[in-house]
Every structure is written in structure tokens, then in C-alpha cells.
Design a protein around this ligand. Structure first.
Ligand SMILES: Nc1ncnc2c1ncn2[C@@H]1O[C@H](COP(=O)(O)OP(=O)(O)O)[C@@H](O)[C@H]1O
Ligand SMILES: [Mg+2]
Length: 255
């Protein structure tokens, strides 16, 4: 789909993540780089899996999923719980699961030539990296390597851009209050930045998503509830999180 935006033609792709394309007003800009951040258990891996799986299955865009934290067999089993049959797509040569155990990353960035070859040979259009810890291990930020870390991530993003893929990366971060979110360096390196979080209301946690920014693309800034069940992760793009609604009401009462 091509959407005219000023003088610029923006070609968008469907993410394959239910509800997200509505929030993004048609989908993600093709060939962009997106960071999904949130605490453990907020749904980052499921989103990344859906991006790759439905990208290949529904939109005919071949994909590579790079796992650093879970074994490939765990991922396949996990995906099956959400009704995604990775194995059949792998057999068709439409999806490639790549394992990058942290202990074998010694080759550093040089070792991505294999990845670039695969992208070319298999006509890959989407790459998901789960997660940014891949780079943190190579260039630990807390060892005074911040600049090198940033440089390497930027180089990787540039390589993905040049290779013509849309690139989604997950990263772990505790988000407790969306109003007081502190922006990290990484948020500026990527073109898009999506936050997953949980909001507590009494003894209940509600899952939420917000699109913090997408460079060069119009999108909604609202906060949306999300659900995870055996069909996967869905963003309820036409609903307002009840936890936030009640917060607003409380504020008004005390005016
Ligand atoms: N079958 C299921 N039904 C509902 N929720 C599930 C199911 N399987 C896993 N979950 C939830 O999904 C979350 C894990 O998502 P995941 O994408 O692995 O998180 P992250 O990668 O952000 O750590 C957990 O919070 C878990 O409660
Ligand atoms: Mg994960």
C-alpha cells in the first residue's frame, strides 16, 4: 500500500500484529527499523514472532528471526501455543530461525555476512532480532562502551536498511509510568519506538501498548489495551485501557 504524505510517497507494510496496523494508520513504513521495549513478560517475543510469521504467511514477505535468549525448539513450541506453525513455513523456505547463543558471538559484527547472504539468497523482507542483548553482550554499555555500542547498533541498522528489509528489534526495560519515561539513547537510533507495559489496578494487571514515535510517519499516540491468548497478541485499537480511564477520573475528583 502506498500512502501519499506531502511530497513523499510512503510505502507501508502490514505488520501482521493484530490491531497494530490500525494504530499505525495502515502499517509500518517499508524498510524502517523499529524497537519494541518493555519489561520481561510483556509480549515482546510474541510480537516479534507474529511479525515474522504473518509477514511470510499472509503478506508473502520472507523473514528471519534471530533468537538470542531462547532455544529454537522452545520458540517453535511457544509459537505453536499461539497457533503459529513455524516448522511448516521453515520447510517452505519462507522463514528462517537463527540461533545466536551469546557464547558464540565472538566474531562480532563481522559474522553478519552470513546473515546478509541469507537475506539476498532467500529474498528476505523482514528481520526480527530478539533481543538487543545480542549487542549488549558484545559491547557492554556499563564498561564505558556506550559509544561503541551505539555505533555497532547503528551500523547493523544501516546494513539491514541497505539489504532492503524491515527490521524489528526487542529490548528489555522496566516501564512503570509512561508519563515519566526516560528516553534512552537507543530510542533515538531506531526510527520507530513501541512500548509494552503493564498497569496495575488493584490486584489486576492490564497489558498496554503505546507507539512512542515513528519517524516520518503519522500514527496515533494513544495508549491501548492488549490481550494475549491462544490466538496470540492482539492490540484492542478501538478500546481505552480501563486502568487509565479510572486514573483520569480520580484526578478530576480531586480538582
Ligand atoms: N497461552 C497463553 N495465553 C495467555 N498468555 C500467555 C500464554 N502464553 C504466554 N502468555 C503470556 O505471554 C507473556 C510472555 O510473552 P513474551 O513475548 O515471551 O514476553 P517478553 O518477550 O516480553 O518477555 C507472559 O506474560 C505470559 O503470561
Ligand atoms: Mg522475550
Amino acid at each position: 500500500m502506498i500512502i501519499k504524505k506531502g511530497d513523499m510517497m510512503v510505502e507501508k507494510i502490514k505488520t501482521g500484529i493484530s490491531g497494530l496496523d490500525q494504530i499505525l494508520k495502515g502499517g509500518l513504513r517499508k524498510n524502517s527499523s523499529i524497537l519494541i521495549t518493555g519489561a520481561p513478560g510483556t509480549g515482546k517475543t510474541i510480537m516479534a514472532l507474529q511479525f515474522i510469521y504473518y509477514g511470510a504467511k499472509k503478506y508473502n514477505e520472507n523473514g528471519i528471526f534471530i533468537a538470542t535468549e531462547e532455544s529454537l525448539s522452545d520458540l517453535r513450541a511457544n509459537a505453536k501455543n499461539f497457533n503459529m506453525d513455524f516448522e511448516s513455513m521453515e520447510k517452505k523456505g519462507k522463514i528462517f530461525l537463527v540461533e545466536k547463543p551469546l557464547t558464540t558471538l565472538k566474531g562480532g559484527i563481522a559474522s553478519i555476512t552470513g546473515l546478509l547472504d541469507l537475506i539476498k539468497k532467500k529474498n528476505i523482507k523482514r528481520v526480527a532480532l530478539d533481543s538487543l542483548i545480542f549487542f549488549e553482550y558484545l559491547y557492554p554499555r556499563h564498561d564505558g562502551n556506550t559509544i561503541e555500542f551505539r555505533r555497532q547498533v547503528m551500523m547493523f541498522i544501516q546494513k539491514m536498511k541497505k539489504a532492503g528489509v524491515t527490521f524489528l528489534v526487542s529490548s528489555e526495560r522496566k516501564v512503570t509510568d509512561l508519563d515519566r519515561l526516560e528516553y534512552e539513547m537507543m530510542d533515538f537510533v531506531f526510527e520507530g519506538f513501541i512500548i509494552l507495559s503493564r498497569v496495575r489496578k488493584g490486584s489486576y494487571f492490564e497489558r498496554i501498548l503505546t507507539v512512542a514515535k515513528i519517524r516520518g510517519q503519522d500514527h496515533s499516540l494513544d495508549v491501548y489495551p492488549i490481550t494475549i491468548d491462544n490466538k496470540g497478541l492482539r492490540i484492542l485499537y478501538d478500546q481505552v485501557p480501563f486502568s487509565l480511564v479510572e486514573k483520569e477520573e480520580e484526578k478530576q475528583e480531586f480538582k
